[in-house]
Ligand binder design. Structure first.
Ligand code: 5GP
Length: 195
């Protein structure tokens, strides 16, 4: 079985990426999720070290300047970054890692891993339509109209980068999307092949 695989998954907010990734991880314990560092404040229910490592802008910038992030980006006014050391240790141990990152981070990772034998794969998750995305954002019931409009504009911008990814999954039906993701992973790293 191939190991040391690196899978990047991006999506606009509201596309259902986190639920898909959670379901995938629950069914495939050989994969592990990279926990990013962010300056975004925790949402209710989020825990430091579980969803993210929450930090201040000052600390983030210090870490960034020290080269501690393999990739980093500013998304919706907050910083997000992936730990270089953690990814390197996982790769060295040939463990398979999922990165939930935006298109800017995915670009940086593609540039970093130029070794053709260890190419990271990438998937973009799309909502069925913009109107469905809007309905999902409204259904959360957490955001003001202004915030919803801002998220929709950000979603359109994120989606304009979908074609930079190896594969696009439309999350219309959750179980179909999950099977689609599993099939992509199997195709990308056939059993017995080395990554
Ligand atoms: P949220 O704040 O809703 O959890 O995430 C907002 C966006 O930031 C999502 O598109 C998510 O994929 C992206 N993101 C989360 N962690 C990272 C990271 O480490 N690097 C980059 N480039 N984007 C990230």
């Amino acid at each position: 079985m191939s190991e040391g695989r690196l899978l990047m998954i991006a999506a606009p907010s509201g596309a259902g990426k986190s639920s898909l990734v959670s379901a995938f991880l629950a069914r495939h314990p050989d994969w592990t999720l990279s926990i990013s560092t962010t300056t975004r404040p925790p949402r209710p229910g989020e825990q430091h070290g579980r969803e993210y490592f929450f930090t201040s802008s000052e600390a983030f910038i210090r870490q960034r300047n020290a080269g501690e992030f393999l990739e980093w980006a500013e998304v919706h006014g907050n910083f997000y970054g992936t730990s270089r050391e953690w990814i390197q240790s996982q790769r060295a141990a040939r463990r398979s890692v999922i990165l939930e990152i935006d298109w800017q981070g995915a670009r940086q990772i593609r540039e970093t891993f130029s070794d053709p034998g260890r190419v990271p794969r990438s998937v973009f998750i799309l909502p069925p339509s913009l109107s469905e995305l809007e309905a999902r954002l409204r259904a959360r019931g957490q955001d003001t109209e202004e915030v919803i409009q801002r998220r929709l504009a950000a979603a359109a911008e994120e989606m304009s980068h979908a074609e930079e990814f190896d594969y696009v999954i439309i999350n219309q039906d959750f179980s179909v999307a999950l099977r689609d993701l599993e099939a992509f992973v199997s195709r990308s790293w056939p059993a017995g092949a080395s990554d």
